[in-house]
Design a protein around this ligand. Structure first.
Ligand SMILES: Nc1ncnc2c1ncn2[C@@H]1O[C@H](COP(=O)(O)OP(=O)(O)OP(=O)(O)O)[C@@H](O)[C@H]1O
Length: 329
């Protein structure tokens, strides 16, 4: 459904916009119907920039974004409206998605007029109440209020309700759990899982590995704007290949294991991999040169500097972690 192919983003920075900040480099990934793909990486790795490009809130600097086979990097006004009918985002900072001078009722009325002009007010009210119920919000507590009178968690759930009303195909969920308390968090995660079972595709942006592990079918690990590893969630979490992914996973507290056990296990893996780079080994085994692209079995190009190590599990050059040289390059 959604395919990013060698997507790039360069921000102009500095007082006169004379410096370049290469925030996203050659990122390729896809999201299919009814699956959650998590984009995981530390702060500044380019996750939100990718989400914003998919939502057409930022222009890309190179590469393509296709949705159901159509390039969506340069949509006209009408096409953009149709795109938003099918693709919506929920953000870490939900305040910016609401007009501060409109009460919530008016925001939803605008949605009805724009997208469902033939639905009567009473039918719409029923649909709205159903959508609010699905995100555990009481219409009476919400509808007569301005955005500033609601909490961040309530606004995030309103955005999910909006997505439910539009019956979208793809949701970009950018750190949406961060503002929620523990009990609401699990409700929203379970709601996402339910939406997924109804066929919604979700690009789930997070820096939290446990959340990525909990909700996603596939994960994409980003480091300094590049994909260093991607694959089926269980493959990446059970057998992380890239040093950066291993560092990320090793830093997550495990309730079932002591820190010493985790450290010993990681030391053993590192010793096994000393002086090696799985990317270059796999590349050599496939008889390909550095940076040579191939169409992977899942139909998404590897992207520059990524190779299919085992079926469905891709890894980048080890030089992309730390600042060391790749031992095998
Ligand atoms: N509008 C902008 N102008 C210039 N640089 C930007 C802009 N937005 C983001 N950046 C830079 O681009 C890089 C990627 O930022 P981005 O917000 O995409 O990262 P992120 O992984 O989502 O981080 P976080 O988890 O902290 O939100 C960072 O170095 C950031 O400082």
């Amino acid at each position: 459904m959604l395919t990013l192919d060698r997507l790039d983003k360069v921000y102009k920075t500095g007082t006169f916009g004379t410096s370049d900040l290469h925030a996203v480099r050659q990122v390729s990934l896809d999201v299919r119907r009814g699956e959650v793909v998590s984009l995981i990486g530390e702060s500044g790795s380019g996750k939100s920039t990718i989400g914003k490009m998919v939502l057409h809130l930022l222009d890309s600097s190179g590469g393509t974004i296709t949705f159901d086979g159509r390039d969506v990097t340069s949509l006209g006004f009408r096409e953009r409206r149709e795109y938003y009918r099918r693709v919506q985002g929920v953000f870490q900072d939900p305040f910016s998605s609401f007009n501060p001078i409109f009460k919530v009722d008016r925001t939803f009325e605008t949605l009805r007029r724009s997208y469902f002009p033939r639905v009567s007010s009473s039918d719409w009210r029923g649909r709205l109440e159903e959508a609010l119920g699905a995100v555990s919000l009481q219409p009476g507590d919400i509808l007569g209020k301005f955005p500033h009178q609601l909490s961040g968690g309530q606004l995030q759930r309103l955005l999910i309700a909006r997505a439910l009303l539009l019956d979208i195909d793809l949701l970009v969920a950018d750190e949406i759990i961060s503002m929620l308390d523990a009990s609401t968090r699990i409700d929203v995660l379970n709601l996402l899982v339910e939406l997924k079972s109804r066929g919604l595709g979700i690009l789930f942006v997070t820096h939290d590995l446990s959340l990525g592990n909990y909700v996603s079918d596939r994960v994409v690990i980003l480091y300094k704007g590049r994909v260093v590893e991607r694959g089926v969630t269980s493959a990446v979490f059970d057998d992380p290949l890239h040093p950066y992914t291993r560092d990320l996973l090793a830093s997550v507290p495990h309730l079932d294991r002591t820190w010493e056990d985790v450290e010993a296990e990681e030391a053993e893996r590192s010793a096994n991999l000393a002086g090696r780079c799985l990317y270059h080994e796999a590349l050599a085994a496939q008889g390909r040169a550095f940076g040579e692209e191939a169409e992977a079995a899942d139909g998404v190009p590897d992207g520059v500097g990524l190779v299919e190590h085992t079926p469905g599990h891709f890894v980048g050059c080890f030089r992309l972690a730390a600042d060391d040289d790749c031992p095998a390059a």
